[in-house]
Design a protein around this ligand. Structure first.
Ligand SMILES: *Cc1c(COP(=O)(O)O)cnc(C)c1O
Length: 435
């Protein structure tokens, strides 16, 4: 693949300098600052299909997709048209409007465990609302989460969190009172025994929240029986099982991880894809639980822009496109092709690396063993990933700027794109090997 003699990022550099005067760290979300790979954050100007184009005019095949939402690629025509159509009629009403029920039905159809749903404006809002509901409904205080999982930046979740917190090595955040943190029980992912022990030790566990496939310490699949085990244990102890499918929902399968692994949670949180690139989150589940949320019940949660027509239209148009039956199969074939190419490249170059994938999300871990939990994820060589990231950028492929994040494939990737990516991986791994 053509290597740019040097990746020119002059305008990005200028914009970053300026941004640092006004925005914290020059960014509005930490992982964008490229601390995980060094160098200047690449400022984006526009996206088109499988490509993202930066402010210096460099074009990249985009394997970030805004961290997951853009499963149809950038600016898909159907979504654009629907958003355009509603925009003229008003951006937000702060009153009920027709598309909210339509999107609710589209989600419910794919997620039989969701009988009722509430839309919010981000994944963070979805998970913290779901946790409030779990506590309110069970009358119990504690929550179990797993190290390396990321559930947004709510206080209770910022204890050994993944994603940006993992990238920056900030597992526990100042500003979270220890009294809050004490109510969060942090356990190793894929360790059912630890969950059993925790339930023996504490009587007041309201629920278990889990990324059913982890994306936020890099991609780590659940071991066979792990999710089913969580289902059994939570049932036995009258605690709720919350699947945080903000990333995996409509990603690893149309019906998310719960469809893929055949385990039904009590509550599900969604985000990313269901907003089609607009700010949307949602939580939903059993009707008897959801009915405890205001105005049907006493557990309070609200949002000025929740369910606004623009976001609902983008989500609805996206889910309509995703209801095409062959689509996930095709995406799986593309992802499998890429996996095979990358595995061959790893073998050929002899780099200590493993490629972990579930559906169209994957991570290339620079370590010599498979990754089942956060302790193992941290063995990965970040310097090598950084080198690899920039080698790929130079070859026109944009990857997540952190070892602990996932690659996301989109439906608009063609065979030609995939071949280019494989070539770039092969060359970049050889280069990485020299460090
Ligand atoms: C992205 C993500 C969140 C947070 O969503 P935001 O929209 O960034 O607040 C929560 N949980 C998981 C699993 C995520 O991947």
């Amino acid at each position: 693949m053509r290597v740019r003699a040097k990746l020119v990022l002059d305008r990005s550099k200028k914009l970053y300098q300026e941004a640092q005067k006004h925005l914290v760290g020059g960014v509005n979300s930490p992982v964008r600052a490229f601390k995980g790979v060094g160098g200047t954050p690449i400022f984006m100007a526009r996206g088109k299909g499988a490509y993202v184009i930066d402010v210096d005019g460099n074009r990249y095949i985009d394997l970030v997709g805004s961290w997951g939402p853009l499963i149809l690629g950038h600016v898909p025509l159907d979504v654009l048209n629907q958003v355009r159509r509603v925009l003229r009629k008003g951006f937000t009403f702060g009153a009920p409007s027709p598309l909210e029920s339509e999107l609710a039905q589209a989600v419910k159809k794919a997620y039989p465990s969701i009988e009722k749903i509430r839309f919010v404006s981000s994944g963070t809002e979805a998970t913290l609302s779901a946790l409030r509901l779990a506590r309110g409904a069970t009358g119990k205080k504690r929550i179990i989460k797993f190290e390396g999982c990321y559930h947004g930046h709510g206080d209770s979740f910022l204890v050994s969190a993944g994603s940006g917190a993992a990238t920056l090595g900030l597992p526990d955040s100042p500003g979270v009172p220890e009294e809050f943190a004490a109510l969060t029980i942090n356990l190793p992912y894929n360790d059912l025994h630890a969950v059993e022990e925790a339930f023996k030790r504490f009587q007041d566990i309201s629920g278990v929240i889990v990324e059913p496939v982890v994306g936020n310490m890099g991609v780590v699949p659940p071991k066979p029986g792990f999710l089913k085990g969580l289902r059994d244990i939570t049932r036995q102890h009258q605690a709720l099982l919350i699947f945080d499918e903000v990333m995996t929902g409509f990603r690893v399968a149309h019906g998310g991880a719960q469809e893929l692994y055949g385990v039904q949670p009590d509550l599900t949180t969604l985000g990313k894809i269901i907003g089609g690139g607009m700010p949307v989150g949602a939580y939903g589940g059993r009707a008897d639980l959801m009915s405890q949320v205001a105005p049907e019940g006493p557990i309070y949660q609200a949002g000025t822009l929740s369910g606004n027509p623009v976001a609902m239209a983008a989500g609805l148009a996206t889910l309509k496109d995703l209801s095409e039956p062959k689509l996930y199969q095709e995406l799986e074939e593309k992802a499998a092709y890429l996996e095979e190419g990358i595995r061959r490249a790893i073998q050929k170059t002899g780099v200590d690396a493993v490629y972990q994938r579930v559906g169209s999300m994957a991570t290339l871990f620079f370590c010599g063993h498979g990754v089942e939990n956060y302790t193992q994820a941290k063995d990965a060589n970040r310097q090598k990933y950084a080198k690899f990231f920039w080698a790929m950028a130079q070859r026109g492929v944009y990857l997540p700027p952190s070892q602990f994040e996932a690659f996301f494939l989109s439906t608009v990737l063609t065979q030609d794109h995939l071949k280019k990516i494989v070539r770039a991986v092969q060359e970049s791994l050889s280069e990485t090997q020299l460090v």
